[in-house]
Write a protein that binds this ligand. Structure first.
Ligand SMILES: [Fe+2]
Length: 140
């Protein structure tokens, strides 16, 4: 899933881009495990791992936005909550139906496509504000 983070999705803030890259790698591992119908418990572990990585990553962004008084923090924070809610729905679907090619498709939509949209809609504008305000030191 290395090809997902194209240049147009780079924020130009190394710490954030690195975390996005890691998130896509983890997402790819999950989609793959679902496609190969790995055991529920194994996929669940991967999803929990991704979710805790998301929590850390989102906190990094929210802290930087608060520190540098970036506008629309609340909207961005809400988008983070919505995203984590979608990950929880995937967990529930996994619990109910087990790993399948069908769930792999939905996981790809949530973990990859929705995340790409999140970067475009929220992270790129946030990065622009951070760059304007931080003067090269993002404190990350
Ligand atoms: Fe974000």
């Amino acid at each position: 899933m290395d090809d997902v983070l194209t240049d147009e999705l780079l924020t130009g803030i190394a710490a954030i881009d690195e975390q996005h890259r890691n998130l896509f790698v983890r997402a790819g591992t999950i989609v793959d495990a679902l496609r190969r119908t790995h055991a529920k418990s194994d996929v669940r572990r991967l999803l929990d791992f991704l979710d805790s990585y998301c929590a850390e990553h989102f906190q990094t962004e929210e802290d930087a936005m608060e520190r540098l008084h970036v506008p629309d923090v609340l909207k961005h924070r809400t988008a983070h909550k919505v995203y984590r809610g979608r990950v929880r729905v995937l967990c529930e679907e996994l619990e109910a139906m087990g790993a399948s090619a069908d769930l792999a498709v939905r996981a790809r939509m949530t973990l990859v496509e929705l995340f790409v949209e999140h970067i475009k809609d929220h992270d790129l504008p946030m990065a622009r504000h951070l760059r304007e305000r931080a003067d090269g030191d993002f404190g990350l």
